[in-house]
Design a protein around this ligand. Structure first.
Ligand code: S3P
Length: 434
């Protein structure tokens, strides 16, 4: 298959209609992992058919789990029980997925067998000591390559002992890796976070019957229980909806509805930030689905102005900064982002890559170690490099909708990691993209 790596975005006119974005990536990863470890059969609906989550499903298939795909977004996971995984016969390839690799590291630390985790060029540069070091405190044996990056060699057959962690960085991936190791540990594993992060691991463990105490910023469980299969419904991914929320906000005349979007408060910080900037986004029909709150989001164009993004919102919108930078670039006035140094270790250095790309389109951006100051202005045409970072590529598609000329975006092939069908959906509601 030839993957077109360069996309051309240009104003396509107002965005209109009702759309549904694909399933949540974070929840889809966890559904494969916990479904695989459960006793019985889990039916998963709304599974993200993205490369990241397909890689996680493939990892469990390689460890002997039968996973049937009986329709788009549907998976039947035949759980093998908490101790039922088999040694994979080759290295597990997590592709581009930091979540897949970090969570699997915790889970594999408690197995009887050795495993090797590898990833693509971007993942192979990402820091893994944030999981391997705390896991080592529990008794795990994991080797990294020089510099603490993948490949990871996880040695099986270790006795894990529960521990208490006060995390320095707010990271759901680190928290989840420790909790997954904690399933296999003697005693109690407790994680405290400097700021609450997404709690999907905790919620899914509880839904599958594992005793766990959790509240925002805190989670604690003991090893030695079992998981009971239950059906899992995955809501639409707020992070995928984010591109459309910003695009419709900044393109005059837009009036768009996003159906059934996951509204977990640890994910929706962008909504609060956009509203502070003057966006007109209404929630309709808030409801519960599979234990998660969802809503339809109705977004209409509104003039945006710059803000100082409140630091307390940062963890709740950690994946949304690339597209927030685009909103800021088209807003009147200046937007300041601080307290967001984590952006430098995502799929790319998102502060540097966004600053460079926006400058290439004529926007002034002052880079800071933990954020940036974006001076709203006129977005021009030009060429930007997405560094094979899916969210950067999609963000510049949004920028193109307000650009004075064509925006050529190089490095778009990774969009399929989180958002298969992005291009078709974008053009179906009016975006200019080829
Ligand atoms: C994720 C946690 C976040 C987020 C990532 C998904 C998860 O990463 O950026 O896209 O599913 O747990 P960090 O834990 O590194 O902040």
């Amino acid at each position: 298959m030839i993957v077109m790596d360069e996309w051309i975005a240009r104003p396509g006119g107002s965005l209109r209609g009702t759309i549904r974005v694909p399933g949540d990536k974070s929840i889809s990863h966890r559904a494969m992992m916990l479904g695989a470890l459960a006793d019985g059969v889990c039916q998963v609906n709304g599974f993200l058919e993205g490369e990241d989550t397909l890689a996680t499903a493939a990892a469990f298939r390689a460890m002997g789990v039968r996973i049937e795909a009986d329709g788009a977004g549907r998976r039947i996971v035949h759980g093998v029980g908490i101790d039922g995984l088999n040694a994979p016969t080759s290295a597990i390839d997590c592709g581009n997925a930091g979540t897949g690799m970090r969570l699997l590291t915790g889970l594999l630390a408690g197995q009887r067998f050795d495993a090797t985790l590898i990833g693509d060029a971007s993942l192979s540069k990402r820091p893994m000591r944030r999981v391997t070091e705390p896991l080592a405190r529990m008794g795990a044996r994991i080797e990294t390559a020089d510099g603490g990056v993948p490949p990871l060699q996880v040695r099986g057959g270790q006795v894990l002992i529960g521990a208490e962690f006060d995390l320095a960085v707010a990271s759901a991936q680190v928290k989840s890796a420790l909790l997954l190791a904690g399933l296999y540990a003697q005693g109690t594993t407790t994680v405290r976070e400097p700021h609450p992060t997404r709690d999907y691991t905790e919620r899914m463990l509880a839904a599958l019957g594992w005793p766990i105490e959790f509240s925002p910023g805190y989670a604690s469980l003991t090893g030695g229980h079992r998981l009971r299969a239950a059906d899992i419904t995955v809501p639409s991914d707020f992070s995928s909806a984010a591109f459309y929320l910003v695009a419709a906000s900044i393109v005059p005349g837009s009036d768009l509805v996003l159906d059934g979007v996951g509204m977990n408060p640890r994910r929706t910080g962008l909504l609060a930030a956009l509203r502070l900037m003057g966006a007109n986004i209404q929630e309709r029909n808030r409801r519960e689905q599979g234990g998660e709150s969802i809503a339809d989001l109705h977004v209409q164009h509104a003039p945006l102005h710059g803000i100082e993004v409140p630091e307390h919102l940062v963890p709740d919108m950690i994946d949304e900064f690339p597209v927030l930078f685009i909103a800021a670039a088209t807003a009147s006035g200046v937007t300041c982002v601080s307290g967001a140094a984590e952006l430098r270790v995502k799929e790319s250095d998102r502060i540097a890559v966004m600053a460079t790309g926006l400058r290439d389109l004529g926007i002034r951006v002052d880079e800071r170690p933990d954020g940036a100051i974006i001076h709203g202005g006129t977005v021009g045409g030009g060429k930007v490099i997405a560094h094979h970072d899916h969210r950067i590529a999609m963000s510049f598609v949004v920028a193109g909708q307000r650009a004075a000329g064509e925006v050529r975006i190089e490095g778009c092939s990774t969009v399929a990691t989180s958002f298969p069908g992005f291009r078709e959906l974008a053009t179906s509601c009016g975006m200019g993209l080829s």
